[in-house]
Write a protein that binds this ligand. Sequence first.
Ligand code: FAD
Length: 420
Amino acid sequence: MKIGIIGTGIAGLSAAWLFNRAGHRLTIYEKSLTLGMDAHSMSFVQDGETLRTDVPPRIFNAAQWPNLLNFYRKVGVAFDPIDASQSFSSFGQPGFLNVNVANQPQLPAGADIPEQTDKIMNDIMRLAFEAPQDLAEGVSCRLTLAEYLRSKAYSQEFIYDYLYPTLASTVCTCSYGSIDAYPAPIILKTLLNLFGAQPLLKTKYGTRDVVKRLSQGINDIRYGASVCGVNPTPAGVQVETKAGQTEIFDHLIVATQANQALDFLNNHFEGECNMLRAFSYEDVRVVVHRDPALMPAQSEDWAHINLIVAQDRLGTMCSVWMNRFNPDWHVEQPIIQTINPLIEPQTDTIISQYNLQRPVVNVRSLEGLELLRQLHQQADRRIWFCGSYAAEGVPLLESAVISSIGVAHRLSINIQDIMR
Ligand SMILES: Cc1cc2nc3c(=O)[nH]c(=O)nc-3n(C[C@H](O)[C@H](O)[C@H](O)COP(=O)(O)OP(=O)(O)OC[C@H]3O[C@@H](n4cnc5c(N)ncnc54)[C@H](O)[C@@H]3O)c2cc1C
């Protein structure tokens, strides 16, 4: 079959890899000048050394990301465990909590545990114990996280000094309002997958190596090709780019964000547009810089991942100490990636900055997933959707891969054979 794919994030690339392995003819459209998954990675010079950093620095583990790991193993991506230390502090104040990979506290022997830390640790343990029971008994997807936490009387310290900072600036990267509205079972399952002692991993050679491996052997990748129109024709699906190129495919896989797909799907696709409109996105700002003012106030609190809570407790920034993420870097000066900075880094310390987006999950997006499932069941379907928004769970690399496997499955590709 002749297959078109729009978008080369992990969803488009994993779909491309599967369809290429199954012997189909592929044409891939990407509006960036490089493969989308690696589009924000950057190189810069520090102390005479050229360093490359992934933006954002993505992590995964075996419990939450099993399909991604299968893919990475299959294409030969090497991965390493990361230093999983995390610090929690209030902006400008000493840290109040340091945890390791299993979210166990790191406290000096004999130290007096502050009440705030004590409450957080008790509630982490309570959640680790009670959430599996609650999930086994059934937690409705209509119950929001805020309602669940209230019904279980979790402490304000646990919610606003630990859980929301973790979810809002790392796991889900969205506002506290959206965290409130997340379906409780989705967050509980994800937290349990992160609480275990499974090592957190990163790719050994960065995203550039991942995209190179996933795109190997695919010859027709059109960079800088922004799709502006998609039309049904008797011969197949016609794709039109802003540069005026048109081409017809037996099947088209739309692997952009849901909101981006709305830009090029027109009135011919009312059902598809209704489905796509159910998914909303929030902006995420990422700044790569050298300003220690965006790290914990006391240098002894610096960990690999630093969650710094606003003084009004209504927001958090996450500063990743990239020297720890990349232990092979031999540079003295701290290189920091801050997600949603609470203050601006000094201008002369900024290396680069990016505006990204992330989908949020709520009752409406779950309805969107049901509409997507129904569309994908249609017998004469020729347009398919994948992306991190297009599968159950927190939108991560894993959900994107699950969605592309789902599309390949619907088009009769024998996944087990290919992944063997
Ligand atoms: C700060 C941050 C940290 C994160 N950390 C992690 C992490 O640690 N672990 C993890 O698993 N996930 C993480 N994520 C989420 C993860 O990065 C995303 O879920 C994933 O990259 C989404 O992939 P995708 O293929 O669905 O979409 P995208 O990567 O958005 O790909 C869509 C592609 O479509 C292209 N496109 C759009 N419109 C058009 C058009 N008209 N024509 C042609 N091409 C078009 C775009 O250029 C893009 O390349 C993080 C996200 C953020 C923002």
